[in-house]
Design a protein around this ligand. Sequence first.
Ligand code: MN
Length: 458
Amino acid sequence: MTTSSYASLARENRVKVLKNLAEAGVTTGVVYLAGMKTTERKWTDAEVAFRQESNFFYLTGATQPDLHLLVDISSQESYLFIPKFSDDHALWCGVPPTTSDMKSLYGVNHARTVDEIPDVLSSLQAANVHVLEQETEHGAIGTWQSKVDKTALSTAVIEARMRKSPGEVELMRKAAKISGDAHIALMKAVGTGKGSEREMHALFEYECFRQGGRFQAYTPIVASGRNGSVLHYVENSGPISTDKRDMLLVDAGCEYDCYAADITRTYPVGGKYEGDWKTTYEIVLDMQNAVLSALKPGVKWEDMHQLANKVAAEGLIKAGLVKGDVPTLLANHIPAIFFPHGLGHSIGLDVHDVGGYPKGVPRLTDPGIKYLRMRRTLEKGMAVTVEPGIYFVDAMLDKALADPEQVRYLNVDVVKRFQATVGGVRIEDDVIITEDGIDNLTGWIPKEVADVEKVMRG
Ligand SMILES: [Mn+2]
C-alpha cells in the first residue's frame, strides 16, 4: 500500500504540536484525539458524506471514519486505532483496511484496533491523557477518562495550525487554483437575463468537483443584483438580472485535501462595469488593494480593518454618498453602515480557521469591527482572507437614515439611488503572510475592472 501524500505533513504537524506542548511545560503523558465518526441523517440510515474532523486530519492525514489517535509525548511515537469491522463490511463498503495497511498508509509507528486503546495506555503508563478542550467523548479510553487533561492541547494545536508550513501552503494553493478556475468559468458563462443563480451555483460545484474539489469549503453565495446586499445569501434561487449593469456576487471556494479556499468576485452580468455599480466596485477594489499592500509580519489585523474603513470613507465621500471629513466619518462609524462586517479571518483546514482570538483577547465592540473574526499580530506563515465589501443593506440604511446623528453625514438622495439598484460588492482573496509581505494565492483571478471585462468578453 502506498503512503498517503499527507503522511509526512502529518508527521511534521505532530512534531510542531509536541514542541508547543513542551514549551508549555508538558513533556509526559499522551495526546488523545478521536476522529470524526460516521454520521447519519437523523432517524435514518442515510449516511452523511464523510469529511474528517480538521484537527484529526492535521495530525494523521487519515480520511476514514471512526479512527482514534494516541501520541506518546516523551517518545513521540504515534498509534492509530481502527474500528473492528463487521463481517459484512466488505459487502457494503469494500474490503476493510487492516492495521498494517493503515500503518503504512499514514506512516504512524503503530496501528491497532480501537478496543486496544486502554491496553496501550497501560503499557505507556500514561500519567495523563491530553485531549482537546471541546472533546466530550472519551469512551474509547475506558478507565483512563479519570486522567483526562484539557489544559494544554487545544492551544498547542491551534498555535501550530495558525502557522502554515510550505507543504500546507501548496495544498491551499491547489484549492485556490481549482476554485479560481471555477470563478473564471462563471464569469464566462453568465449573461444578462440568462439562466439563474442556481445554474451558476451548480456550475461552480461542477467545475470544482471535476478537478478534485470534492467538497465545498462552505455553502456558496451566488447573488444577483439586490440579493448581493444579503451578506450570507445562500438561497441561490433567483434569476440572473435582466439589467446588464447589475452585478453577480459569487463567494465560493472548495477544499482540497481538507484545505479551504474562500474567494469572492463581483461582476456585471452584462460584462461591463457601469455607473453607480462601477463606483461601488472601485471603492471596494481600493479598500482591498490598500490592505494587500500594507500586509506583512508585525501588522495588527484590527489596524487593517481600520485601514479598509478609512479607504471606504474616502471613496464614499468621492462618490457623493456621504459628507464630512474622513476622521469625523470614522469617529461616527459611518463607513460601517456600508461595510458592516469584519475584514477577514484566518483560513486553513477550516474556512473560518482556528485561532482568531488567543486566550484573553476580547472582541472589539464598535460597529462593523465587532464582527472581526481575528485579533492577532500577523506572523510569517499565517493565512488570512482579505474581504472588504460595500453593501446597500435595507436594514442598515433605513436605520441610519432614521438616526439624526448619522443622517447628518449622508447625502440622502444619493444613498437612496444606490439602495434602489446596487446590491453589494465584496472582493475576497486568500493570502499567506511572508517574510516581508504576502503571497496572494488568489490574486491571479481577475478583479481589476479591465481584467474582468476582458475575461467576460471571451
Ligand atoms: Mn471569507
